[in-house]
Design a protein around this ligand. Sequence first.
Ligand code: PLP
Length: 260
Amino acid sequence: SENGELELEAYKVLLDERVKLVAVGHVSNALGTVNPVKEITELAHKAGAKVLIDGAQGVPHFDVDVQALGCDFYAFSGHKMYAPTGIGVLYGKESLLEQMPPYHGGGEMIKTVSFEGTTFNELPFKFEAGTPNIGGAVALAAAVDYLQALDRTALAAHEAALMQYAHDKAGQFDGLKRIGCAKTIAGAFSFLLEGVHPADVGMLLDQQGIAVRTGDHCAQPIMKQFGIPGTVRASFALYNTFEDIDALFAGLAKAKTFLL
Ligand SMILES: *Cc1c(COP(=O)(O)O)cnc(C)c1O
């Protein structure tokens, strides 16, 4: 929708008996929209489909209970939650993982091998062929421990307060257009300065020491839907402060004097 929310009525129409898997983002990395994944999952299950949730932008911002959501699979990346690149998590319901064949061959994923037949190892080894990324796994565990030791409800409230503060400032900033204003938003604050290419805004902010990302955020269809080349995206995490947002808007005011 114009607000950057999924249209559940349209989704219901699409859900017929041909649908095997619904794959949906928990939180949009382009717009920040928090999708109603529990409701989406319930509707999919009623239609006989399985559900895979991309939680790369969910897990860093709030607690996730995969059993309460009821999803069949939930995936997220280490490097979005203070762990290194090249490691992440795929949760799957045990009964489904048991039914699934391995997708890779290699060490540790087999139990017995002979010319007559092969049996596979138990979970999770069946899906972990070859020598794993041991260092990455140790570091990911450290990141999980770090996040779990914090008061995540308080962190979510802090990030929500930052988002509200940025939203209020944006409302008073001439020529700033938010892209995506869903009712629930987390992490990503996406916008454009009227008449300016997002890459130019990003460069001028960068020169002032303010790091944003610009472009289509790996989401070209949504940019096409809005008829824009991309957005400027400020991302908030647990370490951000209200002063950071003041700096962002001061930087934008300065950028505007260069550009307009
Ligand atoms: C970053 C991101 C991905 C890609 O994850 P990688 O681990 O970088 O491949 C997928 N989905 C969302 C929502 C993301 O933010």
